[in-house]
Design a binder for this molecule. Structure first.
Ligand SMILES: [Zn+2]
Length: 63
């Protein structure tokens, strides 16, 4: 088994939100992939943006 994540694995981790609670070693592999793969980096940025937006919306709902 390769030590490098492929784009399919990376996009699954991102969309499942697993990049947040991965062990540091796994997260490092993910970050390493972002360095070499612009596509996954953009996907990750978009998911982060959406998560932040949802978080802000949720905060507005509170009294
Ligand atoms: Zn990729």
């Amino acid at each position: 088994m390769s030590n490098e994540l492929n784009c399919k694995e990376v996009s699954r981790l991102i969309s499942d939100g697993h990049d947040r609670d991965l062990p540091p070693k796994e997260r490092a592999r993910l970050r390493l992939h972002f360095v070499i793969c612009e596509t996954c980096r953009e996907v990750n940025d978009q998911f982060n943006f959406i998560r932040e937006a949802i978080k802000k919306l949720g905060q507005h709902d509170r009294p």
